[in-house]
Design a protein around this ligand. Structure first.
Ligand code: PLP
Length: 367
């Protein structure tokens, strides 16, 4: 089976973990601090805080901004459920608005229509590495918490993602462009947000004998073992981006011959992080549904994935918020999208195998 997104881990990461274990630092220590310093430079941000996960980064950002019971947070349904779950964790209500058909990112015009006097934040996602349209979202006049789990390398209109929103949240999960296995980062230019996250992250400091706490924290700090892996991945980020670029080009070229299978739009004004290669399968023209394509590719030993099923249609959200208005663009996309294998661990030959299998399957469904 050709893996969907195998991690690109080399001898450098293995050596860094060994060295860290030998150093005696298992919890947050010098490597986590170095990662924060280096990511500040990479993300062009005043503050970067290392956390246990991207989910923790999103949650603590909302708490730091004072989001709580009675508030509303506007977000996109085309995301990993964590984006919405953290809104629920604060006691606030997620308000899902529909996405744009071309890139499946939140539609700023619909977000503007959803603003009420209870809106406390907007939480866009940079799906697949394409930045959300941040200018009109920032103009809504409420804090922006950007879910940049897919967008470590992205630039929006010449500005680095990580330097724009009130808080930008990254994930170091196993499949991400900077992968540590687990982990997250918050970048912000706001001193008050950075200080609040620092308190909420709550690590034990000093020798731990006399201590005090300003808030009941979440213990969401990043282990040095994982930070050491992330530092190696950061060293390789440009090299890996180049490999992703080549894999994207191979797919782009191949799609020209596959009627009914199209990729999501990438805005040329932005730098795309190339995290996921998402295609839409139009069952009328492609001769079969997305699910049938996925099954057929699996039989060809090609693993694919879905990013994402619309969150408001998942059991918890359907039952807890049954009054959701229909979100037709997201709902249709949820039936049609499929992510193809993409990873710096794959060779051009691997991507060639995916393309050849896709051609065979397409031929079968359309003849
Ligand atoms: C869009 C999006 N948001 C948030 C997350 C959560 O990140 P983590 O798995 O690090 O908690 C993910 C991770 O998979 C994601 O894809």
């Amino acid at each position: 089976m050709l893996g969907f997104q195998p991690p690109a881990i080399g001898d450098e990461e293995i050596a860094a973990v060994t060295e860290t274990l030998r150093s005696g630092w298992l919890t947050s220590g010098p490597s986590a601090a170095r990662l924060e310093e280096r990511m500040k430079e990479f993300l062009e941000a005043e503050h970067v805080l290392a956390l246990a996960s991207g989910t923790a980064a999103l949650h603590l950002s909302l708490v730091a901004l004072g989001v709580g019971p009675g508030d509303e947070v506007i977000t996109t349904p085309i995301t990993w459920p964590a984006t919405a779950n953290v809104i629920v964790h604060t006691g606030a209500t997620p308000v899902f608005v529909d996405v744009r058909a071309d890139d499946l990112n939140i539609d700023p015009a619909r977000a503007a229509d959803a603003v009420t006097d209870r809106t406390r934040a907007v939480l866009p996602v940079d799906l697949a590495g394409q930045p959300a349209d941040l200018d009109p979202l920032t103009a809504l006049g409420v804090p922006v918490v950007e879910d940049a789990a897919h967008a470590a390398e992205s630039f929006y209109r010449g500005r680095k993602v990580g330097s724009i929103a009130d808080a930008t949240c990254f994930s170091l999960y196993a499949t991400k462009n900077i992968a540590a296995g687990e982990g997250g980062l918050i970048s912000t230019n706001r001193d008050d947000v950075a200080q609040a996250v620092l308190d909420l992250r709550q690590m034990r400091r000093g020798d731990g004998s006399i201590y005090d706490i300003p808030v009941p924290g979440y213990k969401a700090n990043l282990s040095d073992v994982l930070a050491a892996i992330a530092l190696c991945q950061l060293d390789k980020v440009d090299k890996h981006h180049g490999i992703r670029q080549r894999q994207f080009s191979l797919y782009d070229e191949a799609l020209g011959d596959l009627d009914g299978i199209t990729s999501l739009e990438r805005d040329e004004r932005d730098l795309h992080a190339l995290h996921l290669y998402i295609v839409r399968v139009d069952p009328e023209r492609a001769g079969a549904t997305r699910d049938e394509y996925q099954r057929a590719l699996r039989e060809e030993n090609i693993a694919t994935s879905i990013h994402f099923l619309p969150v408001h249609k998942l059991t918890y959200y359907r039952e807890r918020f049954p009054e959701q208005p229909p979100l037709p663009i997201a709902e249709r996309a949820g039936d049609e999208i499929m992510s193809l294998p993409l990873s710096p661990a794959h060779s051009d030959g691997d991507i060639g195998d995916v393309i050849a299998a896709l051609h065979r399957v397409h031929e079968r469904f359309t003849s």
